[in-house]
Design a protein around this ligand. Sequence first.
Ligand code: ATP
Ligand code: MG
Length: 464
Amino acid sequence: MDKRDNQNYSMLIVDDEPLIRESLFEIFKIEGFRVQMASTAEEALILMEKNPVHIVITDLKLPNMSGLELLQQVKKDYEQAEVIVITGYGSIETAVEAMKIGAFEYITKPINDSEIKLIIANIVQKIRLIEENTALKGLIAKDRRQSFAGMIGSSERMQSVYNIIDSVASTNATILITGESGTGKGMVAKAVHQSDERRRKRPFVEISCGALSETLLESELFGHVKGAFTGAIKDKEGRFEYAKGGTIFLDEIDAFSPSLQVKLLKVLQDGLFERVGENVSRKADARIIVATNQQLTKLVDEGEFREDLYYRINVIAIQMPPLRDRRDDIKPLADHFLEMFSRANNKTVKEMSDEVLALFKSYSWPGNIRELENAIEGAVIMAKGDVIQLSDIPNSTKFEEEDGSKSAEIKSLKQVTEQPERDHIISVLNDCNWNRNKAAAALGVNRTTLYNKMKKYNILDAKK
Ligand SMILES: Nc1ncnc2c1ncn2[C@@H]1O[C@H](COP(=O)(O)OP(=O)(O)OP(=O)(O)O)[C@@H](O)[C@H]1O
Ligand SMILES: [Mg+2]
């Protein structure tokens, strides 16, 4: 057995007798394993929550929670972990019971060094085989995935998104997801959480940062104490606390104010935060995923976003491709939504006509998948037969790309009132060089309102 390989495996030794605990610790440390110790089952479970453990060696007799109960819990929460139980002379029945629950092996005291080393070697061999097997399966599956964690798409661009998710899911690395509105950033964040064996059992917390004022956002994230501000009538836990052991997804991270940026930086650097109105530092223990449809480097250049924070969040970057860059995914996506809305509306719509598909494939989809989803929903509702026809598409001329030959169709009231508002916002943004604070002030609305309008009208930053 190569000792260097052993450092890939972590071991946890649980025994209330310091002598046994420490001698096992020494043996396996020399063998090259990453070894941790605990004197109670409770402590062992806390350690396991923090870091993945491959092998647990536990005494059956422990102060409160027994080794048998620990075994049960480990097998329930961490299927892959292997457990060896140590039993005293004359308690073979319990050892047998442990084997039934799923212990890998039991050994009796006094512990024989070469016996336990041999058992560990067998476990390592087993783990390696499983690892090789999953790697192989991954290779085969990686051939081309049609979908991943509910996301549809087999394009090259999506394959690399899936592969990144696969490789980062079980790490603690902060992830930055960028992409235009409606490209599936939210779905990717959930997929990361779902692909993480440990965290998926814990909460996934999503916060739309652009929708909250600075004060509300801070208290939402970090919590507050009674009296911290008007309306803070009692202590409140923040979402960082709630997301403990899970994932926190900060959407529209560009909306973070300068002072909140500093606080987030502290979480990323030191893992610490404070409730609003309190001086006690608390530990943050959630995987952080952030998303934005803005170009953060540009906000950094403009001094709106801290550079140090940018580097902290940009550890792993996932760029969501716009739908127009993966047109081959349009059909499978459309089919997926067709089936979904057909069922939801008790319709029997099964497919789109060739003309509709051609139209959809040629359109630029500025609102990306969300826009496609909405278009299909409207079409399914309007459909008269089993096949969606051009005439079923509400507003179908929208999909004919502006080539100047558009006829003067009759506009709906909504178009008449919303179009000027959209145009005005764009022109003011232009005047303010796309500085949102200035534009919001010029328009006489707050930044959040402007933000929401930009989202509603699909106004993308022109300077991107
Ligand atoms: N690959 C996909 N397969 C199926 N549905 C998808 C896919 N990507 C996105 N969707 C759907 O499209 C809609 C928009 O996705 P999502 O909210 O994740 O996008 P977003 O990038 O976060 O958008 P925004 O920036 O506006 O918040 C959702 O209803 C989502 O379920
Ligand atoms: Mg989103």
